[in-house]
Design a protein around this ligand. Structure first.
Ligand code: ADE
Length: 224
C-alpha cells in the first residue's frame, strides 16, 4: 500500500512513521508513506498557501490553488482509491473504516490547518472525510498519523501474530477483555484463576463474558 500525505507541517509526521509497527511495515515493503510539503506548491515569492476568508471572520483559510496543483501532480502519477481530508467536521474514525482502508492500494491524505481548506477543495477532490474525535487539533497531521497507524497495522503481514490484530478491541464491536502476565500473584493481587487453568474453551468463555461486561459498563453505545 502507498500512502501520500499533503501537509504544511511535514516535520510533525517524522516521528510517528519512523517507529514501531509503521516503521516495520515500511521496512518490509508492505507500506510506503510519502509526505509532501504543501508550502512548495505555494503561490508567489512568499509561497503563500492561505488567505483571509470571504465574508469576513477570524482565521485563515487554506487556498485551493496550491492544493489543487499538488493533488493533480500526484493524480497524474497514480490512481488514488481514496483522497481523504482530515477534519473535525466529519464522521469519526472507527475500526470498520480502518479495516476498509487497509485493503486499498493508494491513499492520499490532505491535512488541514488554520480554519481549514477552501470548501471547493472538498467538493472537487475529496472522496472521504475523517475526524478522529469531537475535539479540535491544531492541524490534521496528528489525526492523519492516527489514521495511518490504524490502517497499516491491519495490512496482512505487518503484525507477526495475525491473531493479534483480529482480537483487538472493536474488531467485533466489543472492548477487549482484561489481559495479565507474570507474576500470577503481585502483592496478594492474583490473576483470575481460570487463566491459569489450561482449560482453553473455559478461558475463551471467560474472555467473551468479560469483553461483553466491560463494553456494557464503559461503552454501552457499541452494543446498540
Ligand atoms: N483536524 C483538527 N482536528 C481534527 C480532528 N479532530 N480530526 C481530524 N482532523 C482534525
Amino acid at each position: 500500500m502507498r500512502i501520500d500525505i499533503i501537509s504544511v507541517a511535514p516535520d510533525l509526521l517524522e516521528s510517528p512513521f519512523n517507529h514501531s509497527i509503521v516503521k516495520r511495515a515500511k521496512e518490509k515493503g508492505l507500506a510506503e508513506i510519502v509526505i509532501h510539503d504543501l508550502r512548495s506548491y505555494g503561490l508567489g515569492n512568499y509561497k503563500q498557501i492561505d488567505d483571509t476568508q470571504f465574508g469576513g471572520g477570524a482565521g485563515m483559510v487554506m487556498m485551493i490553488e496550491p492544493i489543487a496543483t499538488c493533488i493533480r501532480k500526484l493524480q497524474a502519477e497514480r490512481n488514488y482509491d481514496e483522497i481523504i481530508y482530515m477534519t473535525p467536521d466529519a464522521a469519526t474514525l472507527n475500526q470498520a473504516t480502518a479495516n476498509t482502508l487497509s485493503l486499498k492500494e493508494n491513499i492520499l491524505i490532505l491535512t488541514g490547518h488554520y480554519k481549514g481548506v477552501d470548501h471547493r477543495v472538498r467538493a472537487l477532490f475529496i472522496t472521504k472525510e475523517i475526524s478522529i474525535g469531537d475535539y479540535v487539533l491544531t492541524g490534521g497531521e496528528l489525526a492523519a498519523a492516527v489514521v495511518v497507524d490504524a490502517i497499516v497495522r491491519l495490512i496482512p503481514g505487518v503484525i507477526g501474530d495475525e491473531q493479534s490484530a483480529l482480537t483487538d478491541s472493536f474488531q467485533d464491536n466489543l472492548l477487549s477483555p482484561p489481559v495479565y502476565t507474570r507474576p500470577a500473584n503481585f502483592e496478594g493481587n492474583k490473576v483470575p484463576a481460570v487463566l491459569l487453568s489450561g482449560n482453553f474453551p473455559k478461558i475463551e468463555d471467560w474472555r467473551s463474558d468479560k469483553a461483553y461486561e466491560r463494553t456494557e459498563q464503559i461503552r454501552p453505545d457499541l452494543l446498540k
